[in-house]
Design a protein around this ligand. Structure first.
Ligand SMILES: [Zn+2]
Length: 115
C-alpha cells in the first residue's frame, strides 16, 4: 500500500503549474505588435521613380476627415472605397496637387503619366 503514494506533494505542484501557464499567455501580445508595425509602415512615404519621373508614394486607408469619400483610380477608372488600403502618389516636382489614389496593383502597372 505504501508504495502507491507518490513521492512528491501533488497539491502544491498542480497549483504552481496553473499560475505559471496563465502568466506566460498574458505576456505575449504578438498580434498587437504586428498591427503597430503595419501602421508605421503605412504612414511612411517613400520615393519611387517611373519613367524618370519621381513620385512620392504612400500607403493609406483614407482618414476620418475623408470618410464616405471614394476615389477614382486613374489607371483602371474604378472607384476605391474608403477603408481599403491603397496607394497615394504624387509627382515630386509638380507637387502635392497632382496627388492621385491608386489601387495597389494599379500603381505597379502605372506608367508614370499623371493626367
Ligand atoms: Zn485601379
Amino acid at each position: 500500500m505504501a508504495s502507491l503514494v507518490p513521492p512528491w506533494p501533488i497539491r502544491i505542484s498542480a497549483a504552481g503549474t496553473k499560475l505559471a501557464r496563465g502568466k506566460r499567455r498574458r505576456q505575449a501580445p504578438i498580434k498587437i505588435e504586428e498591427l503597430d508595425l503595419n501602421r508605421v509602415r503605412m504612414s511612411l512615404p517613400k520615393t519611387e521613380v517611373k519613367r524618370g519621373q519621381e513620385f512620392q508614394v504612400q500607403q493609406t486607408m483614407g482618414n476620418a476627415a475623408e470618410e464616405g469619400k471614394t476615389w477614382v483610380c486613374p489607371v483602371c477608372s474604378l472607384s476605391i472605397t474608403p477603408g481599403v488600403i491603397h496607394t497615394v502618389a504624387w509627382d515630386v516636382h509638380r507637387g502635392v496637387q497632382t496627388r492621385r489614389h491608386f489601387h495597389n496593383h494599379c500603381w505597379k502597372l502605372f506608367d508614370g503619366v499623371l493626367h
